[in-house]
Design a protein around this ligand. Structure first.
Ligand code: KG4
Ligand code: ZN
Length: 336
C-alpha cells in the first residue's frame, strides 16, 4: 500500500490527512479557525499564526487515527496555490521539511484541483471526460477534463465568486460569516420566486459568470424597504438571493455539458455544500441523462483528504516537485 500524507493550509482551515492511492481516507483531521468571526472575515496574519500553532498536533492526530508511522508514508503532498500566501507557506514549509527529513517525494497540488478530486474519495469509478463546476469563496470556474491530468477552463467569473456573493449578501442581510450555510438554512423556509434578482451574462454560448450585479441589487433592494419588512421576509430574500446565485451555475454547466456531449459533471468547492444547488443540478441533469457527483458536505469544505486525492495521479505518474518550489497566491486553475 502507498500512503500519501497531505496538508491543506490555504485559508482558515488547517487540514492533515493520509490517503492511499485508491483514494481511501486513512486519516483526516481539520481544525477550523473560528477566531476570524470576530473580524467578519479571514484575517491573513492571524490565519498563518494559527496554522503554525495547529499543524504539528494535527499531524500527530492523523498518525494516531491511521495507526501508521512515518515509515509507512510514500509521499508528502501539500496545496501551494491559490490562497493566502502566509498560510500556504506554513503548510508548504512543514511538508518540505518532512519530505526532506524522511527522504520522501514532495507532491504539490492546486487547491481548486484538490476540491475537484474530493469527488473521487466517495466515487472511485468516475472516469474522464467530465466537466467540473468549482465554486468556492474565491472561485467560480467550469473546468473540462479530457483526462485526469489534462484540463482546460471553459468558463469563469468575471468579478465576484459565487461563495463571495453568498458571504457578502448574507452580511447585508445581517446573517454573519460565512454566509453560505446561513443563507442555505434560511432559504429552506423561503420562497425563491419572492423577488427576481438579476442573472448576469444570460446569453447563449456565454459560459462566464458575473455576480457583482446581484450584490448591488440586494443592497439597492434593502435600501428601498423598511427594516420590519426585511425582517418579516428574510427567508424569502435568502431563498431569492440563493436562486439568483445558483441559476447561472446550473444553467451554464448543463448547457456546456449538453453542447459538448459530456455525460458526467462533478460539483466541487465550499458552495458545493449548498443543498438547493446539489438538488436542482442533479434533478435537471438527470432529465438530460447527465450524471452529477458531489462530495459529502464535510469533504466540500477545505480539508487535506482532497489534497491527498489530487496527489494520487501525480504520484502514479511520478510528478514530484523539487524542494525549492514556492507557494503562490494567484487565482485560477491555470497552473495545476
Ligand atoms: O472551498 P471553501 O471552504 O474555501 C475556499 O476555498 O474559498 O469555500 C468557502 C465558501 C464560503 O464562501 C462559504 O460561504 C461557502 O463556501 N459555503 C456555502 C455553503 N457552505 C459553505 N455556500 C452556499 N451554501 C452552503 N451550504
Ligand atoms: Zn477551498
Amino acid at each position: 500500500m502507498n500512503a500519501i500524507l497531505a496538508f491543506e493550509s490555504s485559508c482558515d482551515d488547517t487540514g492533515v490527512a493520509i490517503v492511499d492511492t485508491d483514494y481511501n481516507i486513512l486519516a483526516n483531521v481539520v481544525s477550523t479557525q473560528l477566531d476570524h468571526s470576530l473580524f467578519g472575515g479571514v484575517l491573513p496574519e492571524l490565519a498563518s499564526r494559527l496554522h503554525l500553532k495547529n499543524i504539528v498536533y494535527l499531524t500527530e492526530a492523523a498518525f494516531d487515527q491511521s495507526n501508521l508511522s512515518p515509515s509507512d508514508i510514500s509521499a508528502v503532498a501539500v496545496s501551494i496555490n491559490p490562497g493566502l500566501i502566509g498560510s500556504l507557506i506554513v503548510g508548504l514549509s512543514f511538508a518540505k521539511s518532512l519530505a526532506w527529513s524522511w527522504e520522501k517525494p514532495l507532491i504539490t497540488v492546486n487547491h481548486m484541483l484538490a476540491h475537484i478530486f474530493a469527488n473521487f474519495i466517495e466515487n472511485k469509478s468516475i472516469q474522464p471526460p467530465f466537466l467540473a463546476l468549482v465554486v468556492s469563496g474565491g472561485h467560480t470556474e467550469l473546468v473540462y477534463f479530457s483526462t485526469l491530468t489534462q484540463f482546460e477552463i471553459v468558463g469563469k467569473t468575471l468579478d465576484d465568486a459565487a461563495g463571495e456573493t453568498f458571504d457578502k449578501t448574507a452580511k447585508l442581510l445581517g446573517l454573519g460569516f460565512p454566509g453560505g450555510p446561513a443563507i442555505d438554512g434560511l432559504a429552506e423556509k423561503g420562497n425563491p420566486d419572492f423577488f427576481h434578482f438579476p442573472r448576469a451574462l444570460n446569453r447563449k454560448n456565454n459560459f462566464n459568470f458575473s455576480y457583482s450585479g446581484v450584490k448591488t441589487a440586494v443592497l439597492e433592494y434593502l435600501s428601498r424597504h423598511k427594516p420590519e419588512f426585511i425582517e418579516e421576509h428574510k427567508a424569502d430574500l435568502a431563498a431569492s438571493i440563493q436562486q439568483a446565485i445558483i441559476d447561472p451555475l446550473i444553467h451554464k454547466t448543463l448547457s456546456w455539458a449538453k453542447q459538448n456531449d459530456i455525460k458526467t459533471v462533478l460539483l466541487a468547492g465550499g458552495v458545493a455544500a449548498n443543498s438547493a444547488l446539489r438538488k436542482q443540478l442533479s434533478d435537471q441533469a438527470s432529465r438530460l441523462n447527465i450524471q452529477v457527483f458531489y462530495p459529502s458536505v464535510s469533504l466540500c469544505m477545505d480539508n487535506a483528504a482532497m489534497v491527498g486525492a489530487a496527489a494520487v495521479p501525480k504520484f502514479l505518474h511520478q510528478q514530484f516537485s523539487s524542494l525549492d518550489i514556492n507557494a503562490f497566491s494567484n487565482k485560477g486553475t491555470r497552473s495545476l
